[in-house]
Ligand binder design. Structure first.
Ligand code: HEM
Ligand code: HEM
Length: 189
């Protein structure tokens, strides 16, 4: 019985890195955002005949980003974030919280505005097995305004996420303080 207790991981080891659900949700959302964002930037290059197909793919995968973001926020509110590694600069401590919450906000608001741009353009969600049609008449002033806001929010997300990724790499390769390992599946506690 005592042997079992001795081989168990110390509880403290679990508190200085993100849990498996947070890590899975983080990297899956990153991959989906890169895909959806790149697709959005390519709309102008796609021939008219297949553009509607790809806008639907963009919308459906974008909805997945929204669902994952909501799950991540719920997980984050329930579990908090791990403590910073010792010696983390005051500036990092002060900036990272607001920056992370701004990223979460963009991951929710950007798809929501995309839904407005999509639905008020009388577009139908095609999920393969079934379709969802809100039956709202096309309204140019609404969908054009929503597209503008969606574009602005998308570039804001790309900019902030780019800075955030660079900051993580700086911790990994310059400071080597173990901060990035907290979010890597193979990182050590
Ligand atoms: C994280 C998720 C998303 C990202 C990163 C993203 C990104 C983008 C980008 C970069 C564009 C091109 C903007 C431009 O240069 O004009 C775009 C356009 C668009 N997106 Fe999204 N988007 C996301 C989610 C969604 C969702 C969930 C919907 C709808 C349900 C949506 C609907 C649209 C529509 C309707 C357009 C305009 C397409 C057109 O030109 O007709 N997006 N998006
Ligand atoms: C679309 C791109 C990205 C988004 C939306 C995003 C979003 C987020 C968010 C919201 C958090 C906060 C987690 C929390 O405390 O609840 C986070 C943490 C983190 N992200 Fe990202 N991320 C992105 C890309 C990246 C990239 C490219 C890297 C690495 C090169 C990265 C590395 C990290 C690390 C290391 C943490 C943990 C930070 C800490 O321990 O304080 N992220 N990310």
């Amino acid at each position: 019985m005592t042997e079992v207790i001795e081989t168990q991981e110390a509880p403290a080891a679990a508190t200085n890195r993100y849990g498996v659900p947070a890590i899975l949700l983080h990297w899956t959302s990153v991959a989906l955002i890169v895909f959806v964002g790149a697709l959005g930037l390519c709309f102008g290059l796609i021939p008219r005949s297949s553009r509607l197909f790809w806008i639907n793919i963009h919308a459906v995968v974008g909805l997945a980003v929204l669902i994952l973001a909501v799950l991540r926020i719920v997980w984050r509110l329930r579990h908090g974030a791990p403590d910073y590694p010792e010696g983390t600069p005051a500036l990092t401590r002060r900036l990272s919280g607001p920056a992370h919450w701004l990223l979460y906000a963009l991951m929710v608001v950007l798809p929501l505005v995309g839904i407005v741009a999509y639905v008020w353009h009388a577009r139908v969600f095609d999920f393969g097995l079934f379709k969802v049609n809100f039956g709202i008449a096309s309204n140019k002033p609404v969908y054009e305004a929503a597209e503008e806001i969606h574009e602005f929010l998308a570039f804001s997300l790309f900019g902030l996420a780019g800075l955030h990724g660079l900051a993580a790499l700086w911790h990994r390769f310059v400071r080597k303080d173990g901060l990035m390992e907290r979010m890597l599946p193979w990182g050590r506690a």
